[in-house]
Write a protein that binds this ligand. Sequence first.
Ligand code: TRP
Ligand code: SF4
Length: 415
Amino acid sequence: MTDASMTAENQSSETQAHKTRVLSGMRPTGRLHLGHYRGVLMNWAKLQNEYDSYFMVADWHALTTSYDEVGGIKNAGYEMVIDWLASGIDPDKSAIFLQSQVVEHAELHLLLSMVTPLGWLERVPTYKEQQEKLSHKDLTTYGFLGYPLLQAVDILVYKAGLVPVGADQVPHIEFSREIARRFNHMYGRDPRFMADVEAGLALLDADDQKRLNNLGKRYREQGEAEALDKALKLVRARRQLSEAQRSALEAQVHGTGRQILPEPQALLTAASKMPGLDGQKMSKSYGNTIALREKPADVETKIKKMPTDPARVRRTDPGNPDNCPVWQLHEIYSGEDVKAWVRQGCTSAGIGCIECKMPVVEAVNAELKPIQERAAEYERDPELVKRVLKNGCERARAVTADTMADVRAAMGLDY
Ligand code: TRP
Ligand code: SF4
């Protein structure tokens, strides 16, 4: 586990007190599938009960690669939001919004571009990877190079503390932290910050002042983690300090400036790899998905067509569930009794594959039923989705307006 990544378990208890802000986003890809549901959306739906949550349709990020085919983005965004809502993302708890409707993202992107070294962008692993993967496209653009900066902005403009993402996005979160650090270092050592540091120190007794100075020095010069720990504990335990003084002293110990843009952390969810219809990870690019709004009859057809253990050529051939993608779905959807029935029936040729698949068909359809019922409400009334987004955008803007006031002031743009 790196410094930038934590699991849900070890984060929640300590951060609950100040209602940490959570932000995540997805590029609009249209209809979502069970892989999204089990891998991402169930987690978001849980997080929204604990954190101040913001979930964003990254439509500008879609443009970085699809700038030559912009036609489908708007609709894909609406459809994706329907799937979020249907999956239990609750608009009363979470702000659900469109990136392009919160124009402060663009302003901060421009301002941070001033201090973003080209080399940092070129070194983000996804940059070369995606260019190679999408080699039929010309991705030697300014916008595509800026993808990680735009993502950093999405996070920093909300001062989000936690960003739930998959492992593939961790380099982007690390990049966001580096940008925040650089920004704070450059613009956070303003007179206001130094005044807070001094006022804070003045409130400590002489012993504390001396200890804090020593501990800070040991951390900054020798990198002693224990010294940092002790210094932060000291600062946090002194109730006489105001919030601003406390955070200024913490920043001083770290050797950074005022935390105008706090460094976010990735919130890595235990990778739930939802298997697809062919046993590989469920993914649109493999064509092995079950969509959240797949009709029950189509779910049945798709599962009935699934390949099984190749050893079971005839009904009378015994098989081995470990060589069968259907078994992977049983592992997710079936209880111990059904799983025992499968193992016994498969290895003894006591059951046929179609018979074996039926409990999976039923379990998947049972899982999808409430999702599809909720989706139907939004499909019937598109105004409902628009209202959710309008409200979400307003909530988002309330936060970004504050951040931008800080940022403009820090950069001397507070006319
Ligand atoms: N790059 C992310 C992805 O491809 C999407 C994204 C855009 C995002 N902005 C974000 C994720 C901010 C988390 C936070 O999945
Ligand atoms: Fe797979 Fe079930 Fe057929 Fe065994 S009986 S091969 S587990 S589908």
